[in-house]
Every structure is written in C-alpha cells, then in structure tokens.
Ligand binder design. Structure first.
Ligand SMILES: *Cc1c(COP(=O)(O)O)cnc(C)c1O
Length: 462
C-alpha cells in the first residue's frame, strides 16, 4: 500500500512513513494510491462485531506491512480502552429514520479521540521499534489539541506543542490542554485566530531545516492515519442500520473536512452511502463552494461552534485532488491561488463535488433553536456542533433512507451555548468532574513564527 501526495512531486511513502511525516514535502497531503475495496459480503459480515474488530477489518488493508496483525489488534485495543461506552460509537434515535452517532465518549469528549488515541498508540509502537523520537506540533481550534495532549501525555519518545487561538476556545477545551502535568506537553496560547495557528504550523513544515532539526511530526487532521481511524464508524453505524442491503445517508458537522472526507473514503471502499451532507456554521465557505461560488476566503466569524470556525479547510485539498482527476499540478496551482485569497472551481470539478456531497449551513440562531427543539422532541441534549449537523440533516432527510448525523462533541464541552439554548447546564461526566479545580500551565505567545520556533527548539528534550 503506497501513499501519494496531492501535489504530485513528493516521494511515494509507506503507511508508516506517511503517518510519521504528516504533511508531504511538496506541501501536499498524502492519500492512498488506490483505495481498498470491501465486497458487500465483507461489509455484511461486520454486523454484530465489536468496534475494535470492525476497526481492525476496515483499517488492515491500508497499513501494509507496518505492523503485524497481532501488533495492530493490540494497538486498536489499547486505543479504545479508555472510552466511557462499551459500544465506543453508539447510535441513538432522534426521530423516525433520523439517528445520532454519539462520537463523544472518549477521554476528551469529542470525536477527535477516535483518531488521536489510535495515533498515540501507532506512534509509540513505530517510534519504539525505530529507537527514534519526534516533536509533534499541532494547531487547534480546541478539540484537536486536547485530544492530542491526552493521547501523547507522558509518552517517552514524543514532545507535544499545541498552538491554540488565545481566548477563542471554550474553558473546558482550554483546561483539557493546560491541566496535564507531564513535562512533554506544552500548551501555547497564540495571539491570533485558528487560521493563524494553522498557517504557522504549515510554515514550520515547509522550513525543512527546522523540520529536520526538531524531527517535526504532524497529527493535525491532515495526517492520513487520522482520516483512516474515522472511516471505521461510518461502517459500524451503517451496518447496524442495515447496510449494505440498505443505503444510508450521513450529515457531518464540518470545519477542516477531515471527518466528512473519511465518509467519502468509506463510500469509495464500497459502503452504500446515499447522501453525504456537509454541515457548516456561519463560516460557510465550504457550503458556498459546493454551491458553485468558488472557494474565496473571508474573515473568520467566531461562533458558538468554534471547532468549525475555519476559512482554510485543509482536507478539502484531498477531495479536490480527486475532483481534478488526481492532477497534482492542478492542485498546486489552486493552493497558490488560495494564498492570494481564493480560487474558482472548474465546471468539471464542481460537477464531481456536487455528485459526491450535498451541503447546508446553520446560523447561530438556528443552532440554538435546534438544541432546544431536539431536547424537547427527543430528550437528547446536543452540543452546538452536533446541532449544526441536526439542523442541516433535517433539510436533507428522505423518508426512505435512514439519516445518521454525527454528534461530534459532548454538550458539557460547550456548556455556555448549551445552557443559553436549553436552560440546562450540562454536567461533565464524573471521571473528569475535578477539571475546574486543577492548576493550569500555559504559555502566551505572539502570532510570530520566529517566536514559536524558538520556544519549541528551547523546550524539546535533548
Ligand atoms: C474538529 C471538530 C469538528 C470539525 O471536524 P473536521 O474534521 O475538522 O471537519 C466538528 N465538531 C467538533 C466538536 C470538532 O471538534
């Protein structure tokens, strides 16, 4: 199994190399050269299996010879052992033919734990075998950083630095990043927004001198191993509702396009997905792009669903690669134009995108209204991101096809908005109820690439 870059000029890598490097050296993202196929019989055989066994069968063809079967099974088991629900990703019913996939039972209460807990175990196994260590730098709008710190804290072969936009993450998100006491984790509060953090990270990867000196590794949603981990729950949930005999639709609250791209991969592998619906908040650049208005950056408007406050949706590049017939030169050209503010999508590529994805957006008011209405109609208390999904799903539901909306975070991670909408203050699960009492450790840092690099160089283990 080989991985190729969306910009066409970086060397092909194995799964292990693609996982450890994150971003390709030509600035592109790694994708599989060929997507492995599952037959209807293989999909049907997933019915009734544990989440871990399903994960093993879905991901195994993608990892090549990086791990033996026994090693890979053990990695998966360790990754999901810390989840607070035996089903890992349970489905609950909201309305006739509308289901919610609860992806918030991991240690930091957001779906990113599915990928990050797995990546922590994959890195540890691969680096231990190589006798090597890496520096992980991540940019976060809140949930990636907490999930990464939780997954890597205390690991002996990794230093972790997380850049987050100062004042723009929820208190629970911030505390999950700033309260771990292990010396190998560093939370950096950047005076800027999420796109600034993400841009700084990209620049660090493109500075080969720095990249090699600190052995930089990326675990942002651009890391292929993260996308892969997220493919699993599309299969597990669809099969439990009757796939492959029945077609299933999904609505996905979207920011960096990682989670929805995993659904697209599931479909390419053979899962009979009817609609794949992109749900955005008021930062609706993806919805506008899919509507034919091109991809043009504007200002980011802070919202009550902050993990989706994004203008540069990094994984979108992966689907553009397919939309442009896997022409790395064409993708490079678009990404150059994006640096100047944006690009128009060709007719052919737009046709491809519109065939694969539907889309919708939810305003702030609509998000609050959806939290309130869903609580009344089903007793389910949604986080604001999940509410964006439910609002858009309701606009796309068809009577004869089950709709699954991905619930990406626990309501207690965003208590202010949830309380504003519903009057209910969502309590943290008991296992983290002392979060507000733990001391915080954080470094405030200017939105300045040099300052960030110096801090990292000065704080990696020697
Ligand atoms: C990261 C995140 C999203 C967006 O996911 P992408 O993969 O970036 O599209 C949505 N909701 C929550 C709670 C998140 O943490």
């Amino acid at each position: 199994m080989k991985y190729i870059s969306t910009r066409g000029t970086a060397p092909e890598l194995s799964f292990e190399e693609a996982m450890l490097s994150g971003l390709a050296r030509d600035g592109g993202l790694y994708v599989p050269a060929n997507v492995p196929q599952m037959t209807p019989e293989e999909i049907a055989a997933l019915s009734g299996l544990s989440y871990e066994e399903t994960a093993y069968r879905i991901m195994r063809p993608f990892i090549g010879d990086t791990f033996t079967d026994a090693e890979f099974r053990a990695i998966i088991d360790r990754a999901y052992a810390g989840f607070g629900h035996a089903a890992r990703a349970p489905l609950v019913q909201l309305a006739p033919n509308h289901f919610l996939l609860e992806l918030f039972h991991g240690p930091t209460l957001a779906f990113k734990d599915f990928a990050m807990q797995l990546i922590g175990q994959l890195f540890q196994a691969a680096l231990t075998r190589r006798g090597d260590r890496v520096t992980i730098v991540g940019a976060t709008s809140g949930d990636t950083g907490s999930a990464a710190i939780e997954a890597f804290r205390g690991l002996s072969n990794v230093d972790v630095f997380i850049l987050f936009p100062h004042g723009r993450v929820s208190e629970v998100q911030r505390r999950q990043m700033t309260t771990p006491t292990e010396a190998n984790v560093h939370a950096l509060a950047v005076d800027g927004d999420f796109d600034d953090c993400q841009a700084a990270l990209k620049d660090m990867f493109n500075d080969f001198d720095f990249r090699d000196r600190v052995k930089l590794a990326g675990v942002n949603s651009i890391n292929w191993a993260r996308v892969l981990a997220q493919v699993v729950y599309y299969f597990s949930s669809a099969v439990s509702l009757g796939a492959p005999q029945r077609r299933i639709s999904f609505t996905v609250p979207t920011g960096n396009f990682g989670d929805i791209f995993a659904g697209y991969i599931a479909k390419q592998m053979g899962l009979p997905i009817d609609q794949l619906v992109v749900a955005t908040n008021q930062n609706d650049i993806l919805h506008r792009c899919l509507g034919g208005q091109g991809y043009h950056k504007g200002p980011t408007h802070p919202s009550i669903s902050p993990s989706m406050d994004i203008q540069v949706s990094s994984n979108f590049e992966r689907v553009l690669f397919d939309a442009y017939g896997r022409d790395g030169g064409a993708v490079s050209q678009l990404m150059e134009e994006l640096k100047q503010g944006g690009f128009d999508v060709s007719q052919g590529a737009l046709g491809f995108l519109q065939e694969q994805f539907a889309s919708g957006r939810a305003s702030e008011d609509e998000t609050l209204q959806t939290i309130k209405a869903t609580l009344t109609q089903s007793t389910e208390l949604l986080c604001p991101h999940s509410a964006v999904g439910v609002k858009v799903a309701n606009e796309h539901r068809a009577v004869d096809v089950p709709m699954i909306t991905l619930a990406t975070a626990h309501p207690a991670k965003f208590p202010a908005a949830v309380e504003q909408a519903s009057g209910i203050h969502p309590p943290l699960p008991p296992r983290m109820s002392d979060l507000y009492d733990r001391p915080e450790r954080v470094t405030r840092i200017a939105n300045d690439l040099g300052a960030m690099k110096d801090f990292i160089k000065g704080h990696i283990a020697k």
